[in-house]
Write a protein that binds this ligand. Structure first.
Ligand SMILES: *[C@@H]1O[C@H](CO)[C@@H](O)[C@H](O)[C@H]1NC(C)=O
Ligand SMILES: *[C@@H]1O[C@H](CO)[C@@H](O)[C@H](O)[C@H]1NC(C)=O
Ligand SMILES: *[C@@H]1O[C@H](CO)[C@@H](O)[C@H](O)[C@H]1NC(C)=O
Ligand SMILES: *[C@@H]1O[C@H](CO)[C@@H](O)[C@H](O)[C@H]1NC(C)=O
Ligand SMILES: *[C@@H]1O[C@H](CO)[C@@H](O)[C@H](O)[C@H]1NC(C)=O
Ligand SMILES: *[C@@H]1O[C@H](CO)[C@@H](O)[C@H](O)[C@H]1NC(C)=O
Ligand SMILES: *[C@@H]1O[C@H](CO)[C@@H](O)[C@H](O)[C@H]1NC(C)=O
Ligand SMILES: *[C@@H]1O[C@H](CO)[C@@H](O)[C@H](O)[C@H]1NC(C)=O
Ligand SMILES: *[C@@H]1O[C@H](CO)[C@@H](O)[C@H](O)[C@H]1NC(C)=O
Ligand SMILES: *[C@@H]1O[C@H](CO)[C@@H](O)[C@H](O)[C@H]1NC(C)=O
Ligand SMILES: [Cu+2]
Length: 602
């Protein structure tokens, strides 16, 4: 009796331990999200967000058609959380998309949110927290969805999945405070401490001669794009961001944060040597390059365990394959006729608190009081009025089945990888660096069958144009996937077919329970007003703009003066004597007091 009971219990316990109970096509994960201590680059122990006491996080390898249920318990104790399955269209399940303040409330410590959706796509994805600034602290993992009918099924023997990422030794809440601060008026982003390959360094992949492999590579870093290459091997790209493409041979690829690629790799027929593969962070993104930083991470294809792991050769020039040239295997043609154009002009600038923010069309995103999806669901016919969604959410209401064109003009000297939730999009134009704003009368020819993906980079001071069909009713974010920029406001909200959504969507009770535990309202407009939906009084707003005449130079002076405020006030008179306009100086004084630093009046 006892024996048969343990025979029954042991496998069950083992299943529970792995947090996974497979049941026909429903895959259930019981995840306890807690702090663990890790040291993936061998340089510093740090608290990291793990699942069921483990980190790296579970590598999900599922099958198209599966229903996924994740019971996400927040065991962090001191932070809210959420999960977003990046690249999933969540068609019919918009409430499962994950962004806090948009599709759900943050899951407070001690609460559980049930994510329940089906996998209707295949290819390479990932999952991560969509709570402000959180995923770089560890809450991100890979997700591969197999499709027995994928166009390359049968062309490979084995699959290999791994991540690339950047890594910080300090935790995000503190870094974020330093980043969005009057002490950092130029908006210099914190520079990562190292690069990781599959959340480690010195990563190895065993290779058998003669076999063909399907590699899935995911950049789930916070900030840095990475160049990636494998010495003496060609990568045949066959999929990006879940879109299968005609084969494209590449010696080097570039993955921005959040982008994914699959490629076929044909092993040598025989080899007694091993080969380095290198991820190299794009240091163009960094304002400063600390002398101690190694931007590279090396792994190896191991043909022969007894042979050395060679040091990679230095590369003189980064010349990655241009993803704009890819062609989807499904042959989907260009959407020729645009119904609605969304123009987003990107800039970085300072607001009245002296900190640097990111803007679309002069608006820096701030989360509304009521998650936007709940505003849609509780506003009746007013859901079509963009005015109810708040003045800081960059909201756009899209009509059902309209062809939407997003024109992104980058008035900033940095590269930015933009991600659209709920869709992938056709990449119609991507200008060179310094091309300025998009000119509809003067652009490169549109591809007949454009590349599609869900994350696409705009070049410094350049532009891009993407198109998609609004055939997925829901509230979908469009944002820069550099976590620093997302949190300093580089976000827009696409409210797609809201009246249709009201008819087809039911929000599960679990969502309301989570909001109640979090103390977040679930009815009314962006400000939580339920009477007059156009009355936004009390809404969340970004800091006020700088007073007119306040110059960037003034901000630098402000920083000096803040330092001096601590040291005993001498610099105000110093910069008063410097050739700055007096208006600037006065503004700077006021800013100092607003920033909470006591200033003695001279
Ligand atoms: C989650 O993990 C923590 C730390 O191991 C443990 O104290 C807690 O009881 C767990 N909670 C649940 C619901 O599993
Ligand atoms: C990787 O290998 C190098 C060289 O042997 C070593 O210095 C480094 O500590 C290793 N890194 C990790 C994270 O194990
Ligand atoms: C939350 O708790 C973790 C683990 O104890 C700690 O390292 C971290 O600094 C805390 N974070 C915040 C924001 O309090
Ligand atoms: C998941 O969603 C399906 C379809 O709505 C529903 O039938 C099922 O009960 C849900 N499962 C859980 C655990 O919520
Ligand atoms: C994922 O699972 C499939 C079987 O469904 C297997 O063939 C494949 O090798 C697995 N992929 C990885 C990366 O483990
Ligand atoms: C990468 O890491 C994940 C998570 O630890 C692991 O499951 C997977 O096997 C690793 N990939 C390879 C190719 O070793
Ligand atoms: C390996 O050998 C096969 C059969 O001789 C040949 O067709 C193939 O081209 C060789 N592959 C490589 C990478 O040399
Ligand atoms: C990283 O790799 C690049 C390309 O090979 C090389 O130029 C650079 O010197 C390397 N940096 C370090 C610190 O090894
Ligand atoms: C068209 O654009 C190209 C590339 O940006 C530029 O060199 C050229 O001057 C433009 N032509 C006109 C007529 O504006
Ligand atoms: C969502 O589902 C509808 C109905 O099946 C379909 O017409 C539409 O193309 C789908 N949209 C996306 C983005 O998957
Ligand atoms: Cu950005």
């Amino acid at each position: 009796m006892a024996l048969s009971l343990s025979n029954f219990l042991l496998p069950l316990l083992m299943l529970l331990q792995h947090g996974l109970v497979a049941n026909a096509a429903t895959v259930t994960f019981d995840w306890n999200i807690t702090w663990v201590t890790t040291n993936p680059d061998g340089m510093a122990d740090r608290p990291t967000i793990g699942i069921n006491g483990q980190w790296p996080l579970p590598a999900l390898n599922l099958t198209k058609g599966d229903r996924v249920i994740v019971n996400a318990y927040n065991g962090l104790g001191n932070q809210s959380t959420s999960l977003h399955f990046h690249g999933m269209f969540q068609n019919g399940t918009n409430e499962m998309d994950g962004p806090v303040g948009v599709n759900q409330c943050g899951i407070p410590p001690g609460s559980t949110m049930v994510y329940n959706f089906t996998l209707d796509q295949s290819g390479t994805y990932w999952y991560h927290s969509h709570q402000r600034g959180q995923y770089p602290d560890g809450l991100r993992g890979t997700l591969v969805i197999n499709d027995p009918e994928n166009p390359y099924a049968g062309e490979f023997d084995e699959e290999v999945t791994f991540s690339l990422s950047d890594w910080y030794h300090d935790q995000m809440p503190g870094l974020m405070k330093e980043f969005i601060s009057y002490k950092n008026p130029t908006g210099a982003e914190p520079v990562p401490n190292s690069a990781l390959m599959n959340d480690t360094q010195n990563f190895t992949v065993s290779i058998e001669p003669g076999k063909t492999y399907l590699f899935h590579v995911i950049n789930y870093g916070a900030f840095a794009g990475q160049y990636f290459w494998i010495e003496d091997h060609t990568m045949e790209i066959v999929e990006v961001d879940g879109v299968f493409t005609e084969k494209a041979a590449a010696d080097m690829i570039y993955l921005t944060t959040a982008q994914r690629v699959s490629f076929l790799l044909t092993a040598k027929n025989s080899s007694s040597t091993n080969f380095a593969m290198v991820g190299s962070m794009d240091t163009d993104l960094f304002d400063t390059i600390p002398s101690t930083l190694n931007p590279n991470v090396t792994g190896w294809l191991v043909y022969d365990k007894s042979s050395d792991l060679p040091t990679p050769a230095l590369v003189d020039e980064f010349d990655p394959y241009d993803d704009f040239n890819l062609v989807p295997t499904d042959g989907m043609e260009l959407y020729e006729n645009v119904d609605y154009q969304v123009q987003l002009d990107l800039k970085m600038d300072n607001l009245g608190d002296g900190a640097n923010y990111a803007f679309f069309n002069d608006v820096s995103y701030v989360s509304p009081k009521v998650p936007t999806l709940y505003t849609v669901m509780t506003s009746g016919a007013s859901a079509s009025s963009v005015g109810i969604y708040g003045s800081n959410t960059n909201a756009f209401v899209l009509g059902k089945d309209e062809v939407i064109e997003i024109v992104l003009n980058n008035d900033d000297a940095g590269k930015h990888p933009f991600h659209l939730h709920g869709h992938n999009f056709q990449a119609v134009v991507r200008s060179d660096e310094d091309a300025g704003f998009y000119d509809a009368d003067n652009h490169t020819a549109f591809p007949a069958m454009p590349m599609r993906r869900d994350t696409f980079m705009v070049r410094p001071n350049g532009n891009f144009v993407v198109r998609f069909k609004a055939d997925n009713p829901g509230v979908w974010l469009f944002h820069c996937h550099i976590e620093w920029h997302m949190d300093s406001g580089l976000v827009a909200t696409m409210i797609e077919a809201p009246l249709e959504l009201q008819k087809t969507l039911t929000i599960p009770q679990n969502h309301f329970d989570v909001c109640k535990a979090a103390g977040v309202p679930t009815t009314g407009n962006a400000a939580g007003n339920t009477e007059d939906l156009l009355d936004l009084s009390g809404e969340n707003k970004s800091p006020a703009p700088l007073p007119a005449g306040f110059t960037a130079r003034g901000i630098v002076a402000l920083v000096f003066s803040c330092v001096s405020a601590f040291l005993g006030m001498a610099v105000i008179s110093w910069y008063g004597a410097a050739p700055l306009r007096s208006k600037t100086v006065i503004a700077a004084k006021r800013r100092i007091s607003q920033a909470g630093v006591v200033v003695e009046d001279k």
